[in-house]
Write a protein that binds this ligand. Sequence first.
Ligand SMILES: Cc1cc2nc3c(=O)[nH]c(=O)nc-3n(C[C@H](O)[C@H](O)[C@H](O)COP(=O)(O)O)c2cc1C
Length: 194
Amino acid sequence: MTQRRILIIDGHPDPDRGRFVHALADRYVDGAAVGGHEMRRIDIAAMNPSPLTSRTDWEEREPSAAIRSAQEAIGWAEHIVILYPLWLGDMPALLKAFFEQVLRPGFAFRYREGGLPEKKLKGRTAHIVVTMGMPALFYRIFYGAHSLKSLERNILKFVGITPVRRSIVGNVEGDGDIRDYWLDAIASCGRKGR
Ligand SMILES: Cc1cc2nc3c(=O)[nH]c(=O)nc-3n(C[C@H](O)[C@H](O)[C@H](O)COP(=O)(O)O)c2cc1C
């Protein structure tokens, strides 16, 4: 098996370690350690990034030390695993703030005169793990998995990160067997570096 450099982004904004998303991130890390992969981890709850409030900030203001270090970790990684709970149909605002801060022009893409922007993070793959109260099938069919599509197409593919694997973890507030199944499935992804 090929060993990879993997960045795990735990996108749950709640520092309470009892949250299921933290348990999934921990199990991914455990699995990846068994698989011999190199890892770095970013915890959004600990970083607590502020949202951008202007285009000038996005394009010209120096990012904070924590954001620069996250950019360095993204630059280092071959594979990026992003875990978050679905909140009001989308990623939590703190995770969105993180992407706003980190994916700055110049770092993640470059404007080009009269053409499409240059994607600067090509060569990396990703895996999105999203948890939710509703059944996964309902989210896929009735809602068209729209927040996943937005993260994949408007954020990750826009900067060149592709292909993107999806794990849609539904019914997390119900049967404990479902959580156990997913903890094992995500640990297995960690072992395989997926
Ligand atoms: C603020 C908030 C908004 C939520 N919105 C949704 C939603 O739109 N759809 C859904 O299926 N579940 C929703 N949920 C349920 C969460 O997705 C679910 O509790 C979470 O994925 C469980 O993971 P955790 O233990 O890591 O928080 C919401 C929960 C909260 C707290």
